[in-house]
Design a protein around this ligand. Sequence first.
Ligand code: AHR
Length: 659
Amino acid sequence: MNRALKASLIAALCMVAMIYSVHAQKKESSAVSKKISPDLFGLFFEDINYSADGGLYAELVQNRSFEYNPAERREWHPLSYWEYITPGFSYGKISVETTKPVHPNNPHYINLNIEFVGNYPEFKGVAGVGIKNSGFDFMPVRVGEKYNFSMYAQQRSEEPVSLIISLQTPKGVVLAEEKLSTNSTDWKKYATGLTATASSDSASLVILAVTKGKLAMDVISLFPEKTFKNRANGLRTDLAQALADMKPRFIRFPGGCLVHGDGLGNMYRWKNTIGPIEQRVEQRNIWGYHQTVGLGYYEYFQFCEDIGAKPLPVLPAAVSCQNSGGTWRIGGTGQRALPLDEMDEYIQEILDLIEWANGPVTSVWGAKRAAAGHPAPFNLQYVGIGNEDKITPEFEERFQMIYNVVKAKHPEITVIGTSGPFPDGEDFEKGWKYADHHHIPVVDEHYYKEPDWMMKNLHRYDTYDRSKSKVYLGEYASWGNKMKNAISEAAYMIGLERNGDVVSMASYAPLFAKKDHTQWKTDMIFFDNTNLCLTPNYYVQRMFSANQGDVYFDKVIFKDASDSTLAASCVQDSKTGDVILKLVNAGSKAGIMKVDLSGFQKIISTAEQEILTGVADAENTLEHPQRIVPVKSAFKAIKNFQYETKPMSLTVIRIKTKS
Ligand code: AHR
């Protein structure tokens, strides 16, 4: 019997068993219930499309540590995004050095030699020798708000060097200004706050030495004081809030292909991303730019905690991306595997992560977490190993070595395996066969498809074998950000909820895309330095994610069985008692659904509905972000009612059962 047929039979038997064993609360209704995953809908954050540096990570200076280099982009070098300035006919020298850095992990810094500070009466500005950084397409600055400047400097002359730190418009209008003077011949951190006297979307940071002397500088940083939850080294408030509003149950991070990297040297190694920012190991991003890793593991875990989401770090399965070395999307010949004699050390790195996240402050790695400001454990529960890797013998051998040790030492951790980049085909089959054989608890599936495919596959998980590994649909999207894409995803998510007993988790991908810096065209949230565009896809995700349940009810919502454009689900959140109906109409005309809530002992008539609707080709843009937005209104709930869904719509009705 082939896998699919066997799966269908088992699924059918399970369904029958479920239907007869678990009845909804009342006999007058035919509704049947089953428990579904309490962690079904979450987020996947990958540092792609400038999602981290220049995006969610609120740092305003680009190339703050002078670590940009031509291996990342041919035209890049340590002074990229910096301008050497000598106003007032001043002169001096700037050089990039590596001999005595702030920290060996952060080798490049600049040396500024201020030889002459202009003193010509006809020059009306401030004369000096310095540097200017225009951030990620300039820096947005708001009147009255404070920006925290810091840098490491080492005075290399006998006399102190006086500096003026300012924020300026492109025309040189000063928006904020403070003075500093060096006082140490060792590397020392200097900091000051700059409060803006006017707003600008195109500010630059200017550091001007106004006295003769020599100094080295590195890790030059500017953060808005207002970050999400006011965290130091924190996140951009509007982007972080958009994620918090989704009430995701988990966040998978930091990728994606970013995790397994472009070759072994490019794998994402979590230990490089914790500790003081000047000690982190910056590296090339597989998506063609630079990662400061200022948004590192500590910040990811803290953000998860701040928004009540479970952290789901993904670690490389000791193999690099199969598309490494320029073999992108041609079938995976570039996978490289860590030598077997390095595996013990690599596995220890994974165990150390678990200790760092969950261990007591008295443990080696728990102490590092505490030193960073978080003595309480982070309650890590899930760990992903591998990202859509090519399922080769080298992969299997290394995955197994990691899995065996984690399972033995940390039975409390759920390990998530992987099954290639597509919903079928060689790696998918091999990945699942491997997972079945080795009883891997959860398998990560990925696919990006047309809306049509979504609509044709609404029942994909109905036939998955309930006795085998659970599914984490770690990456999925229909290709596009139009209403028709979002609604096809909504219909698909109904299928995920209906199968929430075998689909444990799901997350749309990718999450963020910065204007003019996008590598992946279909994304959930588009942004520039000051605005964000929440796509219809975002609203669909938010409406599902903020309205999750842990019990699924069948036979509550009825529709014309022959109409494949309609889909619906009913779940209950057992904590609040709220019953949540989700009704999707992916067609071009209104669709009637009948709702029978007689299985619920009590429902409160004052309910709320939220409707997202629009024409199939409508979409939001940064210029017009409000074309499609969900609208909330009061709804009068009764036990039996008919509901007319609008064409191309998602409706969520939330009904209280407890006063
Ligand atoms: O989400 C974008 C990319 O798609 C991810 O990095 C990768 O896992 C998948 O191929």
